[in-house]
Design a protein around this ligand. Structure first.
Ligand code: G16
Length: 545
C-alpha cells in the first residue's frame, strides 16, 4: 500500500457550524479543501485507527467523488474497516444506527442537510462519534484549530471502489463493505413500532398516505418501509428517487418548500389522510393532515404525551428535551407527567449527553427535527412511523389528535420568521444592540405583554458541566408568550436572522385562528425591539414557518 504525503496550505474558514462544515460545492472543489478538512478530522479522531468507520451521504452532487477520496484517506489513516452505503447513500439516522449496532468508532456523513444541491448548491461534511451522535463542540473546535495550520495530508494511491454493487473489497490493509443502506435501519424501526398494527391501517383500505422524499436520501427508505413492508397505497411515496440536485428543489420539509405534498393534502375529497416529508439527509420531518399542519414543536409534545402507547416506549418517557427556540408545548406535557424537561441550545449534539445519561427518552426541535433514544440523531422516517402508529392505535385523524392535545394542554401558537443572506456586519450590529438592551427590557409592557425575563441564553450541560454561551436572546412575558432571536448556524450566504414567536392560549374557542393573526402584535414587538426593518432594510421575512 503506497501512502502519499501531500503538501497543502491551510484554509482558515473551516469552522463547523450547527451541524458540521457546510459550504458551497465550489468551495469544496477548491484544491485540497475537502482533503484538508478530512485530515483534520482524522488527526483529532485517532480512535478511528484500527477501528470500524461508517461512511455515506445524502446523494447530492459531489457525494461519490468525496467518498472515493475519504476511502483512500481512511486507508492511509489506518482505519481497519469501512461500511459504506451502496451508491454512497446513507441517511443521517441510518449512519447513527449503524455506528451503534456495529460498535464503530465513528462515521462521516456527507450532507448539507436541507440546503439545495447541485454544482451551484451546497455540500457538507459531519463527523459522528462512537455513541452515534454528532461530534460535540470540543471535537469540532479541535478540528477547526488543526485545520488552520494543516500542512500535509495522507492518501493511499489506489483505484476508485465501485459503489454500485453490494460487495466486500479493500484498499491496502483496509476492508470495505458496500452495504444495503436500508436493511439495518428498517430492522431497528420494526423493533420500535408495531408494524402489524400499521399494516392493518393500510390493509383496511380506509387510510392512505403521501410521503414526499423530495428527491433526497429518504426515497429508498420510504419505498422499502412504507410501501413494501407496511403495504401502504402504491403511490404513497412521491419524488422517491435520490437526485444529485434534488431536481432543482430545496429539500427542506416545510410548507414553503414541500409545495407538491401540501397541494396533494389540500386537494379535497380524494386527498390522502396523512402527509409527511423529509429533508436532504433524512433527519427532518414534517407531518400534515388534510388541510392541517402540525407544528414541529406540537409534534414533540404530542409524541411525549402518547409515547407509552407504542412498543418501543412502553416503559414510559424518562424525560424530554427541546432546543431553546422550540415552543414550550412539550414543557406543559412534561409538567403534567412529572418528568424533567431540558432546554438546550440549538443543535442535536446537545441532546447526546442527556440521552446517554438516560435522563431523556424523547427530544426535538422547532426546525422539523424529532427523535428518541433509539439512535443519537433526529430521525425523519422514525417520526412518520411514530405518527402512523399513533393513528393506527387512536383511530383518529392527524387533526383530531392535535386538537384533542390542545384542548388538554393548551395551544402554543408559534411561528419562525427568517431573514436570509443579511450582511454579516449588519446582523452582528443588530445582535450587539439587542444584547445592550437586555437589562432595560425587564418589566416593560408591550400590548399588555409584560417582560419577566430577558437574557442571552447560556447552557450548562448537567452531565459534563460544559458551558455554552451566547445561544440566542430570549424575551419571556408574564403570560408565557415568548420571543427568541438567533443567527442560523447552517447557512452558507451571509447571515440568517431567525425570529421565533409564540403565544400560549388555553381557551379552546380560540384554537382555530390563523397563526400569523394571533401572533401579529408579538411579531410587531419583535421587529421593533430588534429594529429589524431599520437595520436590515427588510420589511418582511424571506421565509415564514
Ligand atoms: C441542523 C442541526 C439541528 C438544528 C438545525 C438548526 O439541522 O442538526 O439540530 O436545529 O441545524 O439550524 P440553524 O442553525 O440554521 O437554525 P440540519 O437538519 O440542517 O442538520
Amino acid at each position: 500500500m503506497k501512502i502519499n504525503n501531500i503538501v497543502t496550505t491551510p484554509y482558515l474558514d473551516q469552522k463547523p457550524g450547527t451541524s458540521g462544515l457546510r459550504k458551497t460545492v465550489k468551495d469544496f472543489q477548491k484544491r485540497h479543501y475537502l482533503e484538508n478538512f478530512v485530515q483534520s478530522i482524522f488527526n483529532v479522531a485517532t480512535e478511528l485507527k484500527g477501528s470500524l468507520m461508517i461512511l455515506g451521504g445524502d446523494g447530492r452532487y459531489y457525494n461519490t467523488e468525496a467518498i472515493q477520496i475519504i476511502l483512500k484517506m481512511a486507508a492511509a489513516h489506518g482505519v481497519r474497516e469501512i461500511m459504506v452505503g451502496q451508491n454512497g447513500i446513507l441517511s443521517t439516522p441510518a449512519v447513527s444506527c449503524l455506528i451503534r449496532k456495529y460498535k464503530a468508532a465513528g462515521g462521516i456523513i456527507l450532507s448539507a442537510s436541507h440546503n439545495p444541491g447541485g454544482p451551484d448548491g451546497d455540500f457538507g461534511i459531519k463527523f459522528n462519534i462512537a455513541n452515534g451522535g454528532p461530534a460535540p463542540t470540543a471535537f469540532t473546535d479541535a478540528v477547526f484549530n488543526l485545520s488552520k495550520t494543516l500542512d500535509t495530508y495522507q492518501i493511499v494511491e489506489a483505484d476508485d471502489i465501485p459503489l454500485d454493487k453490494l460487495q466486500t473489497c479493500g484498499i491496502g490493509n483496509m476492508n470495505i463493505a458496500v452495504i444495503d443502506p436500508v436493511n439495518d435501519y428498517a430492522k431497528l424501526m420494526e423493533s420500535v413500532f408495531d408494524f402489524p398494527r400499521i399494516q392493518s391501517l393500510f390493509s383496511s383500505g380506509l387510510f392512505t398516505m403521501c410521503f414526499d422524499a423530495m428527491h433526497a436520501v429518504t426515497g429508498p427508505y420510504a419505498h422499502r418501509i412504507f410501501e413494501q413492508q407496511l403495504g401502504a397505497n402504491v403511490d404513497a411515496v412521491i419524488n422517491g428517487m435520490p437526485l444529485e440536485d434534488f431536481a432543482g428543489g430545496h429539500p427542506d420539509p416545510n410548507l414553503a418548500h414541500a409545495k407538491e405534498l401540501v397541494a396533494v393534502l389540500n386537494s379535497g375529497g380524494s386527498a390522502p389522510d396523512f402527509g409527511a416529508a423529509s429533508d436532504g439527509d433524512g433527519d427532518r420531518n414534517m407531518i400534515i393532515g388534510q388541510r392541517f399542519f402540525v407544528n414541529p414543536s406540537d409534534s414533540l409534545a404530542i409524541m411525549t404525551a402518547n409515547a407509552h402507547h407504542l412498543p418501543g416506549y412502553r416503559l414510559g418517557v424518562r424525560g424530554v428535551a427541546r432546543s431553546l427556540p422550540t415552543s414550550q408545548a412539550v414543557d406543559k406535557v412534561a409538567q403534567a407527567m412529572g418528568i424533567d424537561c431540558y432546554e438546550t441550545p440549538t443543535g442535536w449534539k446537545y441532546f447526546g449527553n442527556l440521552l446517554d445519561d438516560k435522563r431523556i427518552t424523547l427530544c426535538g426541535e422547532e426546525s422539523f427535527g424529532s427523535g428518541s433514544d433509539h439512535i443519537r440523531e433526529k430521525d425523519g422516517i422514525w417520526a412518520v412511523l411514530f405518527w402512523l402508529n399513533l393513528i393506527a392505535i387512536k383511530q383518529q385523524s392527524v387533526e383530531e389528535i392535535t386538537r384533542s392535545h390542545w384542548s388538554r394542554y393548551g395551544r402554543h401558537y408559534y411561528t419562525r420568521h427568517d431573514y436570509e443572506a443579511i450582511d454579516i456586519d449588519v446582523a452582528n450590529a443588530l445582535f450587539d444592540n439587542l444584547r445592550g438592551k437586555i437589562q432595560t427590557l425587564h418589566g416593560k409592557t408591550y400590548f399588555g405583554n409584560k417582560v419577566v425575563l430577558c437574557d442571552d441564553f447560556s447552557y450548562t450541560d448537567p452531565v459534563d458541566s460544559s458551558i455554552t454561551t451566547n445561544q440566542g436572546i430570549r424575551i419571556l412575558f408574564a403570560n408565557e408568550s415568548r420571543i427568541v432571536y438567533r443567527l442560523s448556524g447552517t447557512g452558507t450566504q451571509g447571515a440568517t436572522l431567525r425570529v421565533y414567536i409564540e403565544r400560549y392560549i388555553t381557551d379552546t374557542s380560540q384554537h382555530n385562528e390563523p397563526t400569523q393573526t394571533m401572533l401579529a402584535e408579538l411579531i410587531q414587538v419583535a421587529a421593533d425591539i430588534a429594529q429589524i426593518p431599520q437595520r436590515t432594510k427588510r420589511t418582511t421575512p424571506d421565509v415564514i414557518t
